[in-house]
Every structure is written in C-alpha cells, then in structure tokens.
Design a protein around this ligand. Structure first.
Ligand SMILES: NC(=O)c1ccc[n+]([C@@H]2O[C@H](COP(=O)([O-])OP(=O)(O)OC[C@H]3O[C@@H](n4cnc5c(N)ncnc54)[C@H](O)[C@@H]3O)[C@@H](O)[C@H]2O)c1
Length: 259
C-alpha cells in the first residue's frame, strides 16, 4: 500500500490526484496540505506537512512555488520522496530541490502526461529515421483553449527540442525555429522547424508533429480531453519513485523503465 500526501489538495490538480488515489486499491490518501480551508478532501488536511504525524511514502506537490520551504523541511526531516509537479520555481528553488535530491529521490517534470512524453520520444526517434537524405520537413501544430495566454505551449517547445536534437544528431546542423512566415518570401529551407499555435474555445490541448516528405507525410499527434492525465502521471511517478535511491528523476527515466 502506497501512502500519499498531496500538497495543494484543494486545487484543481490536487483534487484530481485525490480522486485517482481514492480509486486505486493499492494507494492510501494519508494527508492533504492546503492554505485554503475549503478543500472538500476525504483525508485529514493540514497547513504544514510537519503537523501530520502519520507515515507517508511519497509527497506529491501540485500547489505553488511558495509552498516549497515547508515541503523541503518535511521531506528532509522525514526522508520522504517528492514528486514535484508544481511549475514556476526560480533557479534558487530548483537548486534547493537538487540539494534535496542528495537525500531523497525527487521527481520533477513540467509535463506529467505519459502520452505527451511518449510523443516526445517518438518525435525524436522519427527525426533520426526521417531526416537523413533531406526529404522531410518538420512542422509542429498546437491548439489550446481561448484562456491560454502563452504561445507556443511548453509542450510544443519540448517537441521542437526533440525534433531539433534528432535533426542535429543526423545532419550535424542546428535547425532554426520559425513561428511565423508572413514576413518571409522564401522557399522553405530544410534546416527549420515551423511551430504554429491555434487558440479557441475550450480545447484542452492538441499537439501534432508533421514530417512532410517527398510523396509521403507522417503525423504523430496527441489529444488531451481532460487534465486528469496529469494526475494519472503523478500517481505513476509516485509509484516509480517509492524505493528508489536519492537522486533527480523525470519522465525520461520513468519511460525508460517501461520501454
Ligand atoms: N507538471 C505537470 O504536468 C502539471 C500539470 C498541471 C498543473 N501543474 C502545476 O501544478 C500547480 C497547481 O495547478 P492547479 O491547476 O491545481 O492550481 P490551483 O490553483 O487549482 O490549485 C493550487 C492549490 O494549492 C494551494 N496552495 C497555494 N499555495 C499554497 C501553499 N503555500 N501551501 C499549501 N497549499 C497552497 C491552493 O490553495 C490551491 O488549493 C501549478 O503550478 C501548475 O502549473 C503541473
């Protein structure tokens, strides 16, 4: 039985992880942490992790970078592994997490979707197969809901990096990222990756990598219909982390364990 503590249990992701944990017969939701009094959690909720005296196997954090000091204190004192899902930490905070990883295993990733990370892996593999010979061009398309303010998405940039590193490995050249073609009047050079963003409605997240070749087109795509995929990924990461040696881990290590 894996005992979880969820930091930010009252938030959208915290609630989603709690639902995933409650639905899993091999997981116990030991405690939740939140600064909000209204969490509707089905486990004891505290303001500070050290207020909980029971045992915990893994801490999952989906809250805010501001929650980091008490989390570091708890994981160091109790020697509990940490799945750090919260994004937006400063360089100093990331250094503190690396320091923590010398004492306990720490899993950190900006994207916990197993599907997206598999897509990144496949895009890199496809680039290495398709780019020698100069017959393929890569384009990345992403679509998100109307409220998303940043573009392109971080996931589109992860895909760009995967395709670019595959391209560089087989051609020895770094491809250029191109976000807009409206001001250019030139034929498409081979050493570039086009990235296009679409915003509208309530689209949760669509990503597609297109390898357009001479006489054939290969498309790799991922479509998310709910943010629950991140909660599933967090629970999977917690399982992966339990019993591991101290160190920094991420989705690449989790995927390598499966592949
Ligand atoms: N890594 C991933 O794959 C992934 C996926 C989705 C979201 N996220 C990240 O997870 C975080 C949370 O996202 P969300 O959509 O659930 O946000 P949210 O605003 O819905 O929930 C955050 C929760 O944390 C609580 N909280 C805030 N500060 C706290 C503190 N100091 N101590 C304890 N609790 C605190 C809030 O009260 C709230 O209940 C964000 O950083 C988001 O970017 C990461």
């Amino acid at each position: 039985m894996l005992k979880l503590m969820i930091i930010g249990i009252g938030g959208a992701m915290g609630q989603s992880v709690a639902r995933a944990a409650l639905a899993d017969s091999e997981i116990t939701l030991a405690a939740g942490i939140d600064i909000s009094a209204d969490t509707r959690a089905e486990c004891p909720v505290f303001l500070d992790p050290l207020e909980y005296s029971g045992s915990v196997d893994v801490v999952i954090d989906f809250s805010s970078p501001k929650a980091l000091p008490p989390i570091l204190r708890y994981c160091t004192t109790k020697k509990v592994p940490l799945v750090m899902a919260t994004t937006g930490h400063s360089e100093e905070q990331l250094a503190l997490l690396r320091e923590l990883s010398q004492e306990v295993p720490v899993f950190i990733t900006g994207n916990l979707s197993l599907g997206i990370n598999l897509l990144v892996h496949l895009a890199n593999a496809a680039a290495k197969v398709l780019f020698p010979g100069g017959k393929f061009d890569a384009e990345i398309l992403e679509a998100h809901h109307r409220r998303k303010v940043d573009a392109p998405s971080k996931t589109a940039l992860m895909l760009r990096d995967a395709v670019a590193s595959g391209y560089a490995e087989v051609t020895g050249e770094e491809p250029q990222s191109v976000y807009s073609r409206e001001s250019r009047r030139i034929a498409r050079p081979a050493a570039e990756i086009g990235i296009s963003s679409i915003r509208g409605g309530t689209i949760v997240g669509e990503h597609e990598v297109i390898f357009a070749g001479t006489d054939e087109v290969i498309k790799l795509s991922h479509s998310a219909t709910s943010r629950d995929v991140f909660a599933e990924g967090a629970v999977r990461a917690a399982r992966f982390l339990a019993g591991k040696a101290p160190g920094m881990y991420g989705m690449q290590e989790l995927l390598s364990d499966i592949l």
